[in-house]
Ligand binder design. Structure first.
Ligand SMILES: C[S@@+](CC[C@H](N)C(=O)[O-])C[C@H]1O[C@@H](n2cnc3c(N)ncnc32)[C@H](O)[C@@H]1O
Length: 221
């Protein structure tokens, strides 16, 4: 896989087999901050005042959304238990080449690189308020006793991987979401809205990241 530089100067990976990049070409870091941190995590914490937040990411990939979360909570008081689902984990050497150290504190970056491979086997402590587990499994095989407050749904686009956006896949994810939990993704379509509604979520159109007019935020009733 090759690296591509996006509009905000941060890199992404191009997956030739799927025919798509891991992030928006309009800015990988900007997309991560806007879609997942601001519209997902921040919104949830503002609404609930939670002191502990369990985050589930579908499609952990390079860990950019995890790193942005780690950086963001640095000056906050809440704890985060982060679980990323990843069917095809990247080698550590590829992660090290992303250049995402430019966007996070040096201690977060080194703790991430030091613990990445261990996180694929078990839960690891990145710092005192942040735990990480990377579940090396296909989405449909993921099982957990945990229930989550915020879902970062970061699958490849439906045009390339429709099965990830099917009713069955979304229902599989929805079972892990707590009441009042928030599901965010960079896209919004009629099918996605209908599926999430039928799974017991209220739907909001939120402004999209650069290059996209709108995105979906769904809250479990
Ligand atoms: C759009 S990329 C995610 C980018 C990632 N969030 C990041 O910041 O690098 C989609 C991810 O989903 C993973 N994936 C594809 N099919 C999957 C499946 N069936 N189950 C779990 N993960 C899958 C891919 O390997 C890829 O890492």
């Amino acid at each position: 896989m090759d690296f591509v530089t996006t509009a905000d100067g941060s890199k992404t990976l191009y997956n030739a087999e799927i025919g798509e990049c891991y992030h928006s070409k309009h800015g990988a870091v900007q997309e991560s901050k806007h879609v997942f941190i601001k519209t997902g995590l921040d919104h949830f914490v503002q609404q609930t005042g939670a002191s502990e937040v369990a985050i589930l990411e579908v499609g952990f990939g390079t860990g950019l959304n995890f790193l942005q979360t780690a950086e963001h909570i640095g000056d906050k008081s809440f704890q985060v238990d982060y679980v990323g689902i990843e069917g095809f984990p990247l080698p550590l050497a590829t992660i090290a080449e992303t250049g995402y150290d430019e966007n996070v504190d040096a201690t977060i970056w080194s703790a991430y690189l030091d613990n990445y491979e261990a996180a694929l086997q078990q839960q690891v402590q990145i710092h005192e308020r942040l735990q990480l587990t990377i579940a090396h499994t296909l989405l449909m095989d993921f099982q957990s006793e945990k229930r989550f407050d915020v879902v970062y749904f970061d699958a490849f686009a439906a045009i390339h991987q429709p099965e990830m956006w099917s009713d069955v896949a979304l229902a599989h994810v929805a079972q892990f979401v707590k009441p009042r939990g928030v599901f965010v993704t960079y896209a919004i379509t009629g099918n996605l809205k209908r599926s999430m509604k039928s799974l017991g979520f209220s739907i909001e159109k939120a402004p999209g990241a650069p290059g996209k007019r709108e995105m979906l935020r769904a809250t479990k009733l």
